[in-house]
Write a protein that binds this ligand. Structure first.
Ligand SMILES: Cc1cc2nc3c(=O)[nH]c(=O)nc-3n(C[C@H](O)[C@H](O)[C@H](O)COP(=O)(O)OP(=O)(O)OC[C@H]3O[C@@H](n4cnc5c(N)ncnc54)[C@H](O)[C@@H]3O)c2cc1C
Length: 344
């Protein structure tokens, strides 16, 4: 039994959105937290940098009301199939545009200010030990040939709100974020290597996949070389791991990025596991029960969203589907609002 009032420490591996949000939420409840982050802040991350499907209630529970202050609010979206504009529409709710450079930095400061112990450049092993929450992000698996790339273009003029470009085995999202920057993020299937490096490699791949208009538009603008990032061997869906434990965010499941829900899900995962970890810290439940309850709550919360997004994802990249999207978009019968709500 724990002595009355003594709280056990929670250790978090991974200082991305899920880990930092959880750390802040736990600190708000007076729970001691040590968070190990393999990297340091600020840093750019591969991400589309638009947040959709996140309610104020989640931010309130976690104490994150201010971290998204000043984020760009986007209400419109324009879709292109192989450089042809096929659809323009209004989002059912505003999506937020904010760089991970700024957001992760703000979260890390907020965690430190809340009294959390943040240990950067510290990589911890993946194991199920009592009190350890695994929030170390996406799982890379051999045999999964998805490549994610991102870079910031400076002062690019947008068509109307967020842009989505579909090409052969590629989709590229353009999101205006802060300070005149537009985040350009692409997901590419079976990307063969090119001799080019950095953002030029990204532009070459965009061009080779049939988005020549987009590539030349981007070439006419400066790209911040420091913002270029890539990640390979991505696997989508629930993470299949031999190391069970308490896992949140992408370490639990990775939703295909076109939904713009991965970041919202990282915050929501932190919200979902918070009461179970609080109860463990206060000595009201053991670790095994905490792990089971928290993983069950995540599976229940995200199952439907993950299933629908995983089915839509390969569809968006197929040429027949893209032709159908182009046709229905031009005819004004693309069921955009229905699709949006399906993955909400
Ligand atoms: C191409 C692409 C585009 C995307 N676009 C969007 C989008 O537009 N909108 C959206 O909402 N979502 C998007 N996502 C998803 C979103 O980026 C993730 O869902 C979100 O970052 C998950 O947060 P996380 O905290 O779980 O993981 P991360 O943000 O990846 O954080 C994990 C952290 O753990 C650290 N770490 C790793 N290993 C260790 C270790 N052993 N010990 C300690 N620390 C460790 C890492 O350095 C990292 O800081 C996209 C994803 C991809 C791949």
């Amino acid at each position: 039994m724990e002595a009355a009032g003594i709280k056990k420490q929670i250790t978090i591996a991974g200082g991305g959105l899920a880990g930092l949000a959880l750390g802040i939420g736990l600190r708000r409840r007076g729970i001691p937290v040590a968070l190990h982050e393999a990297g340091a802040y600020p840093r750019h991350r591969v991400c589309g940098e638009f947040i959709s499907g996140l309610g104020d209630d989640t931010l309130g529970v976690l104490g994150l009301e201010r971290v998204l202050e000043g984020a760009q609010q986007h209400r419109r979206t324009t879709w292109f199939v192989r450089d042809q504009q096929v659809f323009q529409g209004t989002l059912p709710e505003p999506a937020l545009g904010i760089s991970r450079f700024l957001l992760d930095q703000r979260l890390s400061e907020s965690f430190r200010q809340s009294g959390g112990s943040l240990i950067t450049r510290s990589r911890v092993p993946d194991e199920n030990v009592p009190g350890l929450v695994w929030a170390a992000g996406r799982h890379r698996t051999k045999g999964h040939l998805w490549l994610g790339l991102k870079a910031h273009a400076l002062n690019l003029t947008m068509t109307d709100g967020l842009e989505m470009h579909l090409g052969r085995g590629i989709y590229v999202g353009l999101t205006p974020v802060e300070a005149g920057r537009v985040n350009v993020c692409g997901l590419i299937r079976d990307a063969s290597t090119t001799t080019a490096k950095g953002s030029e490699m990204f532009l070459e791949l965009i061009e080779k996949r049939g988005l020549t208009g987009l590539a030349s538009r981007l070439r006419n603008h400066d790209i911040d070389p420091d913002s270029f990032q890539g990640v390979s061997a991505l696997a989508f869906g629930p993470v299949d791991t031999e190391s069970p434990g308490c896992r949140i965010g992408d370490a639990h499941s990775l939703i295909p990025p076109f939904t713009g829900h991965g970041m919202a899900m990282a915050f929501q995962a932190a919200e979902s596991v918070l009461p179970y970890l609080e109860s463990y810290s206060k000595g009201s439940s053991d670790w095994q029960t905490t792990v089971e309850s928290s993983q069950h709550s995540l599976a229940h919360r995200f199952k439907r969203r993950l299933q629908i997004a995983s089915r839509l994802h390969p569809f968006l990249l197929g040429s027949i589907a893209q032709t159908m999207i182009g046709w229905s978009g031009r005819m004004g019968c693309l069921p955009f609002q229905r699709l949006y709500r399906a993955v909400r």
